[in-house]
Write a protein that binds this ligand. Structure first.
Ligand SMILES: [Zn+2]
Ligand SMILES: [Zn+2]
Length: 257
């Protein structure tokens, strides 16, 4: 191929390519909204995939009809643990799926730990992420968090079902599911205080990933430790350990605030 000719053709070609890209994004969004299933239905579309800039605005969106115990305290803790990282933490209210979207990507699985023959519907995390990305862009937020009472599974690992939570670092969003944080899931009596504490830990953990990165802390008491089950969530504290605090401090210095 003639190199000179190729260079001359570049601006026109680039323009054309950009046009195609824009149409592709529009088409995908449309398909996503009308809920048609096709193999790449959960390829995430982010029109402003900017890097995380701190401090930022954090928004919290609720999926499902439920109340989070001690929500004000959760905000307070977020501001305490990640001191001055957020200009504000906004309650974005509830989001209800349309019927089509509710069923999109759903898997039916047997509930863990329960001798039940009934399968329950679990939802892929990417379904939530796309809504979060759109909302984050719409509301000009730096970071967005979802809390749901729905069962979720990781779009990135089919073997991970009934997740406590997951963060998508590139898209600066994360999700926490309260389902497995409830005592009732384990056939034990309801406990609001315990549920509030567990939700708090999971939120601090997932937001922590967006700030600190994908690694887990090995310190037993640290909120950034990986928890494989509810027992391990209960065993860790709702705080960062000293090395993690230092990491947070370094990030603060890096962003100059
Ligand atoms: Zn984690
Ligand atoms: Zn730690």
């Amino acid at each position: 191929m003639d190199v000179t000719l190729n260079i001359l053709a570049m601006p026109k070609l680039q323009k054309y390519m950009q046009k195609i890209k824009r149409y592709k994004v529009k088409l995908k969004k449309l398909i996503y909204r009308i809920g048609i299933s096709y193999p790449i239905e959960f390829e995430l579309i982010d029109e402003t995939p900017k890097k995380l800039i701190l401090p930022c605005h954090l928004g919290i969106l609720f999926f499902g009809d439920f109340e989070i115990p001690f929500f004000e305290e959760i905000k307070l803790y977020l501001n305490q643990i990640y001191d001055s990282f957020f200009f504000n933490i906004r309650d974005l209210g509830g989001y209800s799926f349309s019927i089509e979207l509710f069923y999109k990507g759903v898997k039916k699985e047997y509930k863990e730990m329960k001798k039940s023959s009934n399968k329950i519907k679990i939802h892929p995390t990417n379904k939530f992420y796309q809504i979060l990305i759109d909302k984050r862009n719409e509301e000009n937020l730096g970071m967005i968090l979802a809390i749901t009472d729905l069962p979720i599974f990781s779009s990135y690992n089919d073997n991970i079902l009934f997740l406590f939570g997951e963060a998508h670092l590139k898209h600066r969003c994360c999700i926490v599911s309260s389902l497995k944080l409830k005592e009732q899931f384990y056939n034990r009596p309801e406990n609001h205080t315990l549920l509030g504490m567990r939700i708090l830990k999971e939120i601090l953990h997932e937001v922590g990933h967006i700030i600190l990165g994908p690694d887990h802390c090995l310190n037993n008491s640290c909120v950034m430790r990986f928890s494989k089950d509810i027992k391990e969530i209960d065993e860790k504290s709702n705080e960062l350990c000293e090395p993690c605090k230092i990491k947070v401090e370094k990030i603060r210095e890096q962003f100059n605030f």
